[in-house]
Design a protein around this ligand. Structure first.
Ligand SMILES: [Zn+2]
Length: 65
């Protein structure tokens, strides 16, 4: 697995599930990263859904007129 460098003491963390540094006890900030990437993915889906909805709405308006 890939090692992670602690942002506080710059020591490598080899535990992939560790949320706190083994040396200084500082937060590694992993939970936030995962959450942000999940939100970004959800936003992407919402954007695509919105685009499809707008295109369909435009077609409906064209046919109505
Ligand atoms: Zn540390």
């Amino acid at each position: 697995m890939s090692e992670y460098i602690c942002p506080n003491c710059k020591k490598p963390i080899y535990d992939p599930d560790a949320l706190l540094c083994h040396f200084c006890g500082g937060s590694l900030g992993r939970a936030g990263k995962g959450f942000i990437s999940r939100v970004r993915y959800a936003n992407q889906k919402v954007v695509w859904f919105f685009l499809v909805f707008v295109v369909l709405l435009a077609f409906v308006l064209l046919f109505v007129r």
